[in-house]
Structure formats: structure tokens, C-alpha cells
Design a protein around this ligand. Structure first.
Ligand code: 1CP
Length: 344
């Protein structure tokens, strides 16, 4: 089947589009009543592993919001489960790993696993979602970046200061290197399996890279993120997403990607100039702005579009995911405003 030239994919390639494509990180999630209803009946891992449910959760926001891309419903931590770290999602408290990695010995104790068979439920979802979407919008696959996944593996949960993570690379750089090489390898394979199943672009989430100094990013993180991006099937656009990385943008760019994610802590035009106009950008509305009135949301959308200046290669998004209490009608107002104000 010939793939139509979707605005989202064209923008990834910095080709001109008749309007600015828009989608939202966490567009499927707790702010949506349909999701909360399903979540009341099923555990989070069950929602990810039952491909019919994952498909429904992925497709619902596309129809309801009118966005220009779908993102696979899954989680960055699923790839850690087959390593034997005791992944659990407890209601309300976010994910926990019962056996975190704290030493070189722990790194070597992580289970080797087959990415194709152990995570086959993810590729099953990708296939079903593509079928369900009928080529109306493209499907984005994703994975966590090596650093963000390492931080969960080492801390055992979300973290404020990443003390254990940084201590591992300060005090045991060889163990850190072994861990990051292993992560980079499985993440690259995982993304390529999603692509083989039908994902048309992939996003790499380095959500917590903003805690790093530029030197530490360059030495301990950049080579591994770059290895993942270099391993992605040629021709498939890669979005390199991070937050809090205004001071790291040159390094983020050096790690690679066809599209660089910008969060709201930098003006879009300044962020784009910092990464270079020879790459596409994605962003960068503050997720909290969606709690303002639709009129205020529209003026903030206008401000970001003005900074993008109609340059090909801008994908509109939030700077991070939709927050759980966000009013759905404000999200719709945002998507409509992007389409209306960017029409050319
Ligand atoms: O309780 C629940 O219902 C689970 C809430 C939830 C959801 C809806 C979690 C647990 N993950 C997800 C889905 C999810 N996670 C998607 C789906 C696609 C989408 O609509 O965007 C994606 C892309 C993710 C990626 C993800 N998971 C990231 C990177 C993006 C980000 O927000 O920075 C991270 C850091 C995670 C870990 C995670 N999983 C879940 C939670 C609550 C968290 C964050 C915990 C923390 O703050 O440390």
C-alpha cells in the first residue's frame, strides 16, 4: 500500500507542509475518561500486554483530539522487565523496580533476553494499531534512551538527584560502560522490531538527561544515545527527546536524530538556532499552559508558531507529557489552534 505523504512525516524530513502537524506526548493517559475507565478494570502492565486494549487506548485520542500522529501505548520501562529487575506499577505511585542495580556485579547479573520474543506483545500491538489507523495518521514507536532507563534501573524508581546513578559512573566507570552498552544494544533492537512491525517513526525519551552536566553527558551518555540512533533502520525518522536540556542542546544534537525535542524552558527560535536549522524540532508548549483558558492557550500557540516562522520542520507538541488533571476540551482547543493558525 502506498503511504500517503503525511504532514507529520514530511515535517520530520523538513519538507514544507500545508499546516504544522501536532501530537502530544502522553496523549493516551489518565486525563482521559476512556483511559481511566479501562484502568479501573485492568492493571497498567495488563493494558500494555493485551494488544486489543493497547490498540484501543492508542487510537481513541487520535479520533477524539484530531492529532496528526498516534503514539504506541506502552511504557519505556517494559524493556527492563525481562532483565529480571522486578518491575511493578503500583496504583498512583508510579513504577518501582524491586531489584535495582547498584554495582558492577549487579550489572553483570542482569538477564540476557531475546528482544524479539520477550517483547512480542509490543509488536503485536503495533500491527493491530496500524491496521486500525488505516493510514489516516502515522504511528510513532518509542523507547527510553540509555541514560533515562539506566537511571530507573539504578535508582529503582523516579529520582530527584540521581545520586546512585551518578555515583556509579563516578566510581565504577567500567561497570557503567558495560551497562550502557547493553542498554544501547537492546534499545536499538527493540526499536527496529517496532519498525519491522509497522512503526513509521520512533521517539527516544531521555526524559531525565537534564540532570547532567554537559561534560558528563558528553562522556557518559552521548556515545550510547548516538549508538541507538545510528542503529535505527535507515529512512525511519528518529525524534531525540529530552527535557531540561537547554544547556546541553549542542550535545543532544551531536547524539543525533532527525528531530530534536525542545521543552518550554527555551524559546523555540533560540532552541532551533542552538541545534541548527538543518534539523527538525518538536515542541514546545508548557504542559501546564493547558490549564489556562482556551483563549490564553491560543495566544501561546500563536507565540510558538511565530517563533517557528513557517520554517519547514516544526512539529508542534508539548515540552513534556500531558498532565493527569488536564481538561480534555483544552487539549482539543490547542490542537485546533495549531491547525487554524498554521494553515498556509
Ligand atoms: O497508573 C497508570 O495508569 C499508569 C500511567 C502511565 C501511562 C499512561 C505510565 C506509568 N506510563 C504510561 C504510558 C506511557 N509512558 C506512554 C504512552 C504513550 C503516550 O501517550 O505518550 C509513553 C510514551 C510513556 C513513556 C514514559 N514512561 C516516560 C518518558 C516520557 C515522560 O513522561 O518523561 C517515562 C519517564 C516513563 C516512566 C513512567 N511510567 C509510568 C509513569 C507514571 C512514569 C513516570 C514516573 C516518574 O515520574 O518517575
Amino acid at each position: 500500500m502506498a503511504t500517503p505523504n503525511h504532514p507529520f512525516l514530511a515535517a520530520c524530513r523538513r519538507e514544507p507542509t500545508s499546516f504544522t502537524p501536532v501530537w502530544l506526548m502522553r496523549q493516551a493517559g489518565r486525563y482521559m475518561e476512556e483511559y481511566r475507565k479501562l484502568r479501573a478494570q485492568h492493571g497498567f502492565l495488563e493494558l500494555c500486554k493485551k494488544s486489543d486494549l493497547a490498540t484501543e487506548i492508542t487510537v481513541t485520542p487520535v479520533e477524539k483530539l484530531g492529532v496528526d500522529a498516534a503514539i504506541l501505548f506502552a511504557d519505556i520501562l517494559l524493556i527492563l522487565e525481562p532483565m529480571g529487575v522486578g518491575l511493578e506499577y503500583s496504583k498512583g505511585d508510579g513504577p518501582v523496580l524491586h531489584h535495582p542495580v547498584r554495582s558492577g556485579k549487579d550489572v553483570d547479573g542482569l538477564k540476557e533476553f531475546n528482544v524479539e520474543t520477550e517483547l512480542s506483545y509490543v509488536y503485536e500491538s503495533v500491527k493491530k494499531i496500524r491496521k486500525e489507523l488505516k493510514n489516516k495518521v502515522p504511528l510513532i514507536g518509542f523507547a527510553g534512551a540509555p541514560f533515562t532507563l539506566a537511571s530507573y534501573l539504578i535508582e529503582g524508581a523516579g529520582s530527584r538527584n540521581y545520586v546512585h546513578t551518578k555515583r556509579l559512573f563516578y566510581s565504577a566507570p567500567e561497570a557503567w560502560k558495560r551497562l550502557m552498552e547493553r542498554l544501547a544494544k537492546v534499545i536499538g533492537e527493540y526499536l527496529n522490531c517496532q519498525i519491522a512491525a509497522g512503526a513509521q517513526a520512533v521517539q527516544i525519551f531521555d526524559s531525565w538527561a537534564g540532570c547532567l552536566t554537559p561534560n558528563d553527558y558528553e562522556q557518559f551518555v552521548q556515545p550510547y544515545t548516538k549508538a541507538v540512533i545510528d542503529a535505527v533502520t535507515p529512512g525511519v525518522p528518529v525524534i531525540n527527546f529530552s527535557t531540561g536540556t537547554t544547556g546541553l542542546l549542542k550535545n543532544i544534537r551531536a547524539a543525533g536524530g532527525d528531530v530534536i525535542g525542545l521543552d518550554w524552558r527555551v524559546n523555540l527560535d533560540e532552541g532551533w538556532a542552538a541545534v541548527g536549522h538543518d534539523v527538525a524540532v518538536q515542541g514546545n508548549l508548557d504542559p501546564v499552559a493547558l490549564f489556562a483558558s482556551p483563549k490564553e492557550i491560543k495566544s501561546r500557540v500563536a507565540e510558538i508558531l511565530k517563533r517557528a516562522a513557517g520554517r519547514p520542520g516544526h512539529i508542534f507538541n508539548l515540552g513534556h507529557g500531558v498532565l493527569p488533571e488536564t481538561p480534555v476540551d483544552h487539549v482539543i482547543a490547542m490542537v485546533d489552534a495549531v491547525h487554524e493558525l498554521s494553515a498556509r
